[in-house]
Design a protein around this ligand. Structure first.
Ligand code: UD1
Ligand code: UDP
Length: 421
């Protein structure tokens, strides 16, 4: 069986890494079976890792490969940045040639970025032989919905889900959304969250990060951690609109006056700060100021450093999808500066609150969260084992498929909504 795993942007890497390792584990356990040699077992999975190059800076891509221990991609499409249409089209054009050459049995895509939808779309229409065969499409993190079609990711999610044959969901809402949209229940598998697999697997290394000392966040005497907040912003609706960006920064003024806010700024956000002339918000917090408070503007941080900062933060303020989930898992209070979330379990079960982008609402949410009102618990199946369940499900699907089946796309597999594992 040949599985092609596609990654392209920062949040893909930590979602894909556990699946890569679960495939390695699967192959090792098959090879260890008595009488089976590594080369002749039909159950061995051949892995082809494709990087589209949607993200390309060392701090947005390369550093995650080394931190997570991901192998070098077998294929790099090097598409780079562009408008939605140009970027998506270029990924599609380059990916088509790769899939025709490699002929995988299954293509796995993650999350909701342009690389996800582009490669799912190519796979859905590819013809690999005279029988019309195409690879199966597996979508990891299927079914999430913000119900906001102004969000490019929502378009990517809906299209990818409707093209996919195997839909791996992270939370109950994903199952409900997909069933409501008419996706056949037998395609849906509630497996948990591979981003949390990565977090769990990285906790020890994150614990060794020197980032707290580097930013002077340890108390001088007993090594205790000083009070600070962590901020990330990169949603186009927040940072590409000057008024909204301003409103969020103003909403953080009281917090910035009471403790340092470390702001890991995405490249998109950096550009807008310069373009909109918002540098004044970061003067009080810059290294040279000597202040202990204010917003400190930083380049994107490495994975272990960022996990370490999240774990010890008094509060995280973000518009990131993944960070809402990670803070829930770490039980760290989170204020999401968006009007909605596609990850409702982080609010109903976790430590997240949705504050919107109005300054006053942000101030109130920050105060509430700092007063410790919201207690969270870790959602169902966010136990570090999701990738294993995904690989198990795929192996089972292939075992059950008839050897004579000539069009994978038309095969109906399984029987009911699966609660794998
Ligand atoms: C993308 C995803 C978004 C995800 C985010 C994670 C889509 C539609 N959006 O948004 O869902 O939350 O990644 O970080 O796929 N840039 C660099 N260096 C890089 C990458 C980007 O400088 O390595 C700059 C470029 O100016 C580029 C801009 O950032 O134009 C935006 O990059 P792009 O990949 O188009 O979208 P993101 O905002 O990163
Ligand atoms: N992240 C990181 N360094 C940073 C900011 C984020 O390692 O400076 C990690 C974060 O821990 C999470 C992922 O990047 O695992 C989230 O990606 P992002 O916020 O870019 O995308 P989204 O989840 O919104 O799609």
């Amino acid at each position: 069986m040949k599985i092609m795993i596609v990654v392209g942007a920062r949040p893909n890497f930590m979602k894909a890494a556990p699946v890569v390792f679960a495939i390695h584990d699967h192959n090792a356990s098959v090879a260890a079976l008595p009488g089976v040699s590594q080369t002749d077992s039909a159950e061995q999975i051949q892995l082809v890792l494709v990087h589209t190059g949607q993200h390309y800076d060392e701090a947005m891509s390369g550093s995650f490969f080394s931190d997570l221990g991901l192998p070098k991609p077998d294929v790099h499409l090097e598409v780079g940045s562009g408008s939605h249409a140009a970027q998506t089209a270029e990924i599609m054009r380059r990916f088509e040639a790769v899939i025709l050459e490699k002929k995988p049995d299954l293509v796995m895509v993650f999350g909701d970025v342009n690389s996800t939808v582009a490669c799912a779309l190519v796979t859905s229409k590819i013809v690999l032989d005279s029988s019309g065969k195409r690879p199966l499409i597996a979508h990891v993190e299927a079914g999430l919905r913000s119900f906001d079609r102004a969000m490019p990711e929502e378009i990517n999610r809906v299209i990818t889900d409707h093209l996919s044959d195997l839909l791996f969901v992270t939370e109950e809402s994903g199952k409900e959304n997909l069933c409501r949209e008419g996706i056949k229940p037998e395609k849906i598998h509630f497996v948990g969250n591979t981003m949390i697999d990565s977090l769990r697997a990285s906790e020890e290394k994150a614990g060794k990060s020197a980032i707290l000392d580097q930013f002077g966040l340890r108390g001088a005497s007993n090594g205790s951690v000083k009070r600070y907040a962590l901020l990330t912003l990169h949603r186009p609706s927040n940072v590409d609109d000057r008024e909204t960006f301003l409103s969020i920064l103003e909403g953080l003024d009281e917090l910035a006056g009471s403790c340092p806010i470390l702001f890991s700024a995405h490249p998109r956000t950096r550009k807008r700060i310069a373009e909109f002339g918002l540098e004044r918000f970061f003067q009080a917090g810059n290294e040279q100021s000597g202040n202990e408070t204010g917003i400190r503007l930083l380049d994107p941080l490495g994975y272990f450093d960022f996990l370490c900062l999240m774990k010890h933060a008094a509060l995280v303020v973000t518009d990131s999808g993944g960070i809402q989930e990670e803070t829930t898992c770490l039980k760290v209070p989170c204020v999401t500066v968006r009007e909605n979330t596609e990850r409702p379990v982080t609010v109903t079960c976790g430590t997240n609150v949705i504050a919107g982008t109005n300054s006053e609402n942000i101030r109130r949410a920050v105060k509430d969260q700092l007063s410790g009102k919201k207690q969270g618990r870790v959602p169902e199946k966010w136990d570090g084992q999701a990738a294993g369940r995904i690989v198990q499900t795929i192996v089972q699907e292939f075992r059950e498929s008839e050897p004579s089946a000539d069009s994978s796309a038309t095969i109906s597999r399984g029987a009911s909504v699966s609660d794998a594992g």
